[in-house]
Design a protein around this ligand. Structure first.
Ligand SMILES: O=c1ccn([C@@H]2O[C@H](COP(=O)(O)O)[C@@H](O)[C@H]2O)c(=O)[nH]1
Length: 230
């Protein structure tokens, strides 16, 4: 069976977003990522609306707070019937465990963001003063997420083989920073094409602007989905 491409719904408002979704055939099953831009404007009613339309939802809130706050927030989100939720792995072991406890009883997969795909080695070293090589930093955070109960991580596709090696083959690697050959890279740093992501073993890819800002958005989606599944 074909693996879905998760589409990042980063739009200025709901009208633009619904107009985008209406460009897909009615029967098309879609996996959609709701991020901070839409969630901060429309909150849970928007999530509910998209679930009621039958879409699978990846709620990308990248929670990062003290364990008690994260746990209580996850307890609320657990009732929303979303497929995936993000936290930051750098919140530490207790925060990751608390997030997982908060989601107990739900089917929501917990994914921990390792190093944002918009950060390269230069930012890691010069701005964050992290002395590790980027790939070591990513695998360290992935291990932390794995040992504390997360279901998977968010990383660049480039790091997937290393992550699977230090965790488990079944530990989910969901990878944004996907750019087909002709696309603009924009603010992303650690990027891969859909085909590279497939070869590197990504479980799911996340694609935003190469689809949402394309002239023919449905066609852009279909092309990426084909490259990802070929
Ligand atoms: O490390 C990360 C974590 C999350 N994202 C999110 O994925 C999409 C990517 O959108 P593009 O337009 O394809 O760049 C976006 O919503 C980010 O918030 C990420 O890029 N990197």
């Amino acid at each position: 069976m074909d693996k879905p491409v998760i589409v990042a719904l980063d739009f200025a408002n709901e009208v633009e977003c619904i107009d985008f979704l209406d460009q897909f055939p009615k029967k098309q099953s879609l996996f959609l990522k709701i991020g901070l831009e839409m969630f901060c404007q429309y909150g849970y009613p928007f999530v509910k609306k998209l679930r009621e339309r039958g879409y699978n939802i990846f709620l990308d809130l990248k929670l990062h707070d003290i364990p008690n706050t994260v746990k209580r927030t996850c307890q609320m989100i657990a009732k929303w019937d979303v497929q995936m939720l993000t936290i930051h792995a750098s919140g530490g072991s207790k925060m990751i465990k608390s997030a997982k406890e908060g989601l107990a009883g739900s089917n929501t997969k917990l994914l921990a963001v390792t190093q944002l795909t918009s950060l390269g080695q230069v930012e890691l070293t010069n701005e964050l003063q992290v002395t590790l090589r980027s790939q070591d930093y990513v695998t360290r955070l992935a291990k932390l997420a794995f040992t504390n109960g997360a279901d998977g991580v968010i990383s660049s596709a480039l790091e997937v083989p290393m992550i699977k090696e230090v965790t488990s083959e079944s530990f989910l690697c969901v990878t944004p920073g996907i750019r087909p050959k002709s696309s603009k890279i924009g603010d992303q740093k650690r990027v891969a094409t859909p085909n590279q992501a497939k070869k590197l073993g990504s479980d799911l890819i996340v694609v935003g602007r190469p689809i949402t800002q394309a002239k023919d958005k449905y066609n852009a989606y279909v092309k990426i989905e084909k490259e990802w599944n070929k």
